[in-house]
Ligand binder design. Structure first.
Ligand code: ATP
Length: 364
């Protein structure tokens, strides 16, 4: 009998449900065809729409379902007009990261034929690992105002989280090298020339690097990283960095990738993982069936790969890789393109094309 996996699904707001539904269909068909474990998808409420209608953004039952699941798939949450009384945005995805201790934010930067602003680059494949539970974001909600004269936020780096983060980055580089996708190189990105906290961060990085003698470890300042990401991005394999720097650099990465519609992500901890596209709920195009589903599908592919790795299930690992390659083929061929790719097609057409590239009969 096939094993069963619990996948907690957050469809979220705006284009969220539109890109989630065909992605789940692709996953179901792929699992059936390859006889992978059966994925039991359970949709749970959360997001700005739920807050507007029920006064709570992430219900306790939804958090409990996420905690109980084998993996969590999330599309996009937030609506510009729905806010907390203090004016901040509804972002249960940040609550999930903190509640489930998802310290490693994995943001691949890949070029596989999509339009890009980087001259002369056609293929690119590196990963940003953004620490997602501390750094400058540790100050979230705790900033101090000194009347109208000054304001202060505190950046926090801990040894425990940094060690886990660096080990995650080195292990990722090792797996990428073994798969022929990387050159066994990890860059620690910081500002160690100016701040004690980053000198500490860098020191722990070099300590952990000693445990991975088969890999190269280099430290680099964040400003130089921004320059290199544009001028010599092929130098990178795995970048590991603090929360705020990672937040900024991953949007630079999404820009390099040709836009938010292409950028997948994973937030991974020791016991849980959330997979979601980097983009928001895109309310300006919601309800029209024209959202680009690629970032969502690539996030689902990352989920399959993570499940395959953590459960030592080679078939799931291979299915994740094949799903990614199928997406790349559809983009490279350029016949089916949503408006953000400069084409006239809809979400369903892209999903059907990805299904065909995988030799699956997926009806969009
Ligand atoms: P958030 O703050 O919630 O991350 P955001 O302010 O970054 O959101 P998005 O919702 O990501 O904004 O949208 C930014 C722009 O990118 C919008 O014009 C939107 O239509 C476009 N966009 C985002 N995702 C997609 C997608 N999957 N397909 C097509 N266009 C998209």
């Amino acid at each position: 009998m096939r094993e069963r996996l619990k996948i907690c699904v957050f469809e979220g707001d705006g284009i969220g449900p539109e890109i989630m539904a065909p992605t789940l269909e692709l996953l179901l068909t792929l699992a059936e065809r390859r006889q992978l474990p059966v994925m039991d998808f359970t949709a749970m409420p959360a997001g700005a729409g739920h807050y507007r209608d029920h006064g709570v953004a992430l219900p306790k039952t939804s958090l409990a379902a996420a905690r109980d699941a084998d993996a969590i798939l999330l599309s996009a949450m937030g609506l510009p007009e729905v806010r907390y009384p203090d004016g901040t945005e509804i972002s249960p995805q940040i609550e999930l990261r903190m509640a489930l201790d998802l310290y490693a934010g994995v943001r691949p930067v890949m070029l596989f034929g999509q339009p890009t602003t980087l001259a002369g680059q056609h293929r690119l494949d590196f990963v940003i690992v953004r620490e997602s539970t501390e750094g400058l974001f540790a100050s979230h909600g705790k900033g101090r105002l000194e009347g109208d004269a000054a304001a202060e936020e505190t950046l926090r780096i801990t040894r425990t989280t940094s060690e886990k983060l660096f080990d995650f980055a080195f292990n990722l580089a090792r797996r990428r090298a073994a798969a022929g996708r990387g050159h066994g190189l990890v860059h620690c990105v910081d500002k160690a020339n100016v701040f004690q906290a980053f000198a500490f961060f860098r020191r722990i990085f070099h300590e952990r690097a000693a445990q991975f003698p088969d890999l190269r470890a280099e430290a680099i300042y964040v400003d130089a990283t921004a320059l290199w990401m544009v001028q010599q991005p092929q130098r990178f394999d795995v970048i590991v960095t603090e929360n705020m720097f990672g937040d900024i650099l991953s949007d630079l990465g999404a820009g390099i990738m040709g836009g938010l519609g292409f950028a997948p992500s994973a937030d991974i901890g020791d016991d849980h993982a959330v997979f979601q596209p980097c983009h928001g709920s895109a309310p300006d195009i919601a309800g029209q069936g024209i959202a680009n589903p690629i970032a969502m599908i690539l996030s689902a592919a990352m989920m399959l790969e993570w499940l395959g790795e953590t459960r030592q299930d080679a078939a799931m690992l291979a299915a994740g890789g094949d799903l990614r390659v199928a997406v790349e083929r559809v983009v490279r061929e350029g016949r089916i393109r949503t408006p953000d790719m400069g084409g006239p097609d809809g979400t369903a057409a892209v999903c059907t094309a990805v299904g065909s590239a995988l030799d699956l009969e997926v009806v969009g």
